[in-house]
Design a protein. Sequence first.
Length: 296
Amino acid sequence: MTPKWIAADWGTSNARFWAIGGDGSLLGERTSDKGMGTLDATEFEGVLAEVCGDWLDTANTVVACGMVGSRQGWVEAPYQTTPCAVCPAKMVTAPVKRAGLTVHVIPGIRQMEPADVMRGEETQIAGFLAENPGWDGVICMPGTHTKWVHVSADEVISFQTCMSGELFALLTQHSVLRHSIADTGWDDAAFHDAMSQTLSRPEGLAGRLFSIRAAQLVNDTDTVTLRARVSGLLIGAELAATKPYWLGRDIALVGADAVSMPYVAGLKAQGVTVVRADAKDMTLAGIKAAHALLET
């Protein structure tokens, strides 16, 4: 079989491409380390040709999501505004030189008050809804900037972004805490104890974070235990801030195991059961849903 079109998830650091057959089957997958952050607008088409050149012999349509549609990307795809459909009625077309090629870019979503934005996650949401028709509730997408998204009737109603992932990286790699934190490892008891502290008293986060360093200096506390404690403190504070999203709602988690499992554990401790889905699978399903609209 030969590819009919190409799906692309083009982020800041990396890009992933899928070759899709005429019957919707997945024919191939390729990646590139040439993300949006290393390119200017004139270089995207060259990367596409470099990575997917043979696919382009038969695939004359590309549907792309992610930072490729940011102001610094290939072409700016203006945000939809909440409440809005997860699959846009219209995409933006990127400028190309190759005859017969059309590149469609999926727009992100913005929220006016409180101000918030997403770009790329909306496609994962569309994929989850395509795989789970009629689903109504909250979708949590853990990561550097975790999204909590209220979805109803195939629309994004509202959402909240939390920087817990980025804060964890900054604290464990660039702050004074880096001397006390193991690179890997986990301690369930330490995580749950720390999470319960900031879930009930989030105002104590700043003080409890410094106690991580003090515990290692004064008590020689194990660095794996302290790594789990930092994660617990941050996720506890995040769960306190997002309680209106998860309390009493159906919750789906879309993400890789490494970033999702602390959220699964944290929500389970509050009596919340979650449905799990893989981020990459949902991204491809969402791009397929956007492509299907082109053919209607």
